[in-house]
Design a protein around this ligand. Structure first.
Ligand SMILES: Nc1ncnc2c1ncn2[C@@H]1O[C@H](COP(=O)(O)OP(=O)(O)O)[C@@H](O)[C@H]1O
Ligand SMILES: CC(=O)OP(=O)(O)O
Ligand SMILES: [Mg+2]
Length: 404
């Protein structure tokens, strides 16, 4: 069975085409910087040379169309026809309390994803564009959605409730949901394998640091607490999102600057974080370059980003009364030795003995960046949300076929 997985992030669309008979990847790639001045399209067909292209891709519908064209391209395609795609699995960020696990897409599911737009304004609309674009191009192909929120459904009430009137939870389900669950679950599983210990006996802190960023306390294999909240705005400082701020800032800034609710929401989601402090970019690569060139705004943005992450790691070590390993993953976590070095260099009190040579290594695979003797291990594990999504999609489609 060939399964195409689409992971529409806030600024990127990643895809992988799997042959699920052996979980081999037939092709993968990504469209980055969607909606920015120039998008970057990378396409890696198995056994053929990699293709790169700069294109103008303003939204996710165009990105899906581009992916389908590349898969059947005369020279570098891997399929004769898009009909060889048996099912499509999508990442969906917000599933609320309605979806504790993955489901096959139907009209009810689409309605529920749309209802949750307000709670994930940068993501759920992008996923719907992806689902609709696939439906347009592959009307007969079943689609499955896999939710970022599902893994965090294990959180205890003391973690997921906010200290505000309970009526808001009872009536409107205002609570912490948490995101990037597929990634936190995947890297936790891999960490246990790397550490050669059972996952259900480990205290892990997984740091998914991409354009969106979140940190999770994974206690005995289950999400115990996570930094993102009712929406993906809470927690760490991100590319364009503020993360934690005093909620009283909202009405105060609205009054002082004559802002509407929509404007303040957009300010916190799209015009805060790295871009706001540096005045340069939301992209960590550009922040690091500017920092090296001596830019003070970029340095302040980086320092705040690192400090806020380090505070969460400290908090989660306290939440679990200990930690066995810290895992870095996603765009920044996997690639920025500078961020990992700054965070870990200031966590020696936890018993971290950092291995700077391993941290700086060009190795891109799963690796340890602490000494063997280090009391707390620090790991870099490339995430693979796409593989988890393909497995869930495969399982649901097989189950449906067996029932029919
Ligand atoms: N070599 C690198 N060094 C530092 N940051 C990087 C590097 N490569 C990618 N990144 C950063 O990773 C982030 C994107 O992460 P990603 O996980 O792909 O995000 P998303 O899925 O939210 O779109 C960007 O801020 C980008 O600058
Ligand atoms: C939930 C979220 O923030 O996702 P992303 O990192 O892909 O923006
Ligand atoms: Mg992502």
């Amino acid at each position: 069975m060939n399964i195409l997985v689409i992971n529409a992030g806030s600024s990127s669309l990643k895809f992988q085409l799997f042959n699920m008979n052996d979980e081999s990847v037939l092709a993968k790639g990504k469209v980055e910087r969607i909606g920015m001045d120039s998008s970057l399209v990378c396409y890696e067909p198995a056994g053929k040379p990699e293709e790169q292209e700069v294109a103008e891709i303003l939204e996710h519908t165009t990105a899906v169309r581009k992916v389908l064209q590349m898969l059947v391209h005369k020279r570098h395609g891997v399929l004769e026809s898009i009909d060889e795609i048996d099912a499509v699995g999508h990442r969906v960020v917000h599933g609320g309390e309605s979806f504790p696990s993955s489901v096959i897409v139907d009209e009810d599911v689409k309605r529920e994803i749309r209802r949750l737009f307000d709670l994930a304004p940068l993501h759920n609309p992008a996923h719907m564009l992806g689902i609709n674009a696939v439906e347009e191009n592959l009307p007969q192909t079943p689609q499955v959605v896999v939710f970022d929120t599902a893994f965090h459904q294990s959180m205890p009430a003391a973690s997921y409730l906010y200290p505000i009137p309970m009526v808001l939870y009872r009536k409107h389900k205002i609570r912490r949901y948490g995101f990037h669950g597929t990634s936190h679950a995947y890297v936790s599983d891999r960490a246990a394998k790397l550490l050669q210990k059972p996952l259900d006996q480990l205290k892990l802190i997984t740091c998914h640091i991409g354009n969106g960023a979140s940190c999770t306390a994974v206690w005995n294999g289950k999400s115990y607490d996570t930094s993102m909240g009712m929406t993906p705005l809470e927690g760490l400082m991100m590319g364009t999102r503020s993360g934690d701020i005093d909620p009283a800032i909202v009405p105060y800034a609205m009054g002082k600057e004559d802002l509407t609710l929509g404007e303040v929401n957009s300010m916190l989601n799209k015009h805060s974080g790295l871009i706001a402090i540096s005045g340069i970019s939301s992209d960590m690569r550009e922040i690091l370059e500017a920092m090296e060139a001596g830019d003070r705004g970029a340095k302040l943005a980086f320092d705040m980003y690192e400090y806020r992450l380090r505070k969460y790691i400290g908090a989660y070590a306290a939440a679990m009364n200990g930690v066995d390993a810290i895992v870095f993953t996603a765009g920044v976590g996997e690639n920025s030795a500078a961020l990992r070095g700054a965070v870990c260099g200031n966590l020696t009190f936890l018993g971290i003995e950092f291995d700077e040579a391993a941290n700086l290594s060009r190795d891109r695979g799963e690796r340890r960046i602490t000494t063997e003797a280090s009391r707390v291990q620090v790991l870099v594990i490339p995430t693979n949300e796409e593989l988890v999504i393909a497995r869930d999609t495969h399982e649901l489609i097989l189950a449906r076929t067996n029932v029919v």
